[in-house]
Design a protein around this ligand. Sequence first.
Ligand SMILES: CC(C)(COP(=O)(O)OP(=O)(O)OC[C@H]1O[C@@H](n2cnc3c(N)ncnc32)[C@H](O)[C@@H]1OP(=O)(O)O)[C@@H](O)C(=O)NCCC(=O)NCCS
Length: 147
Amino acid sequence: MTAGTLPLIRTAVLADQPRVDAIRLGVTENRLSDPSKVSTAEVDWYRDKAIFLVSEEGGDVVAFACANHQTGLVWALFVDPAHEGRGHGAALLDALLERLAGAGHRQAWLTTGAGTRAERFYRHRGWRDMGRQFDGQIAFIKTLPRA
Ligand SMILES: CC(C)(COP(=O)(O)OP(=O)(O)OC[C@H]1O[C@@H](n2cnc3c(N)ncnc32)[C@H](O)[C@@H]1OP(=O)(O)O)[C@@H](O)C(=O)NCCC(=O)NCCS
């Protein structure tokens, strides 16, 4: 991505799934690799019924994000490590929150691993730490503006 180029955000389609899976398994932190935690049915539900976005650079999908319009959960936000630090994560998160606000939510929430780049990323963006879950993950919430 050249300086000043914005990430291209669009809705995910089925044909994106091989790239999405490669990115999901290619990250080094918060890796969603346990098949018991991520089923094909769940991924399909996010794509067909909920919010599932991808970010492109040079015509390739380099990041993706999913949110649940029913509960306000940010379920996934993953950037190909080779494309980190270029604004894809921030652009995808902004787009997810805009859609959650549009669905009527006044608050979004998520969980993420402690001591990760993601923890710093969310704190820097004003997400509020609600404490640890039983599995040690940090729960964060963010107040959304009225759509
Ligand atoms: C956490 C994660 C989503 C961040 O994504 P990212 O694309 O690297 O994030 P961004 O580039 O939008 O922002 C990161 C930093 O790069 C900076 N940045 C933004 N655009 C930039 C650009 N064009 N050039 C250089 N730096 C840029 C941002 O200012 C930001 O710094 P800041 O936090 O001090 O503001 C990503 O590292 C990731 O996928 N991690 C592994 C999986 C994971 O942990 N996901 C979260 C699970 S809940």
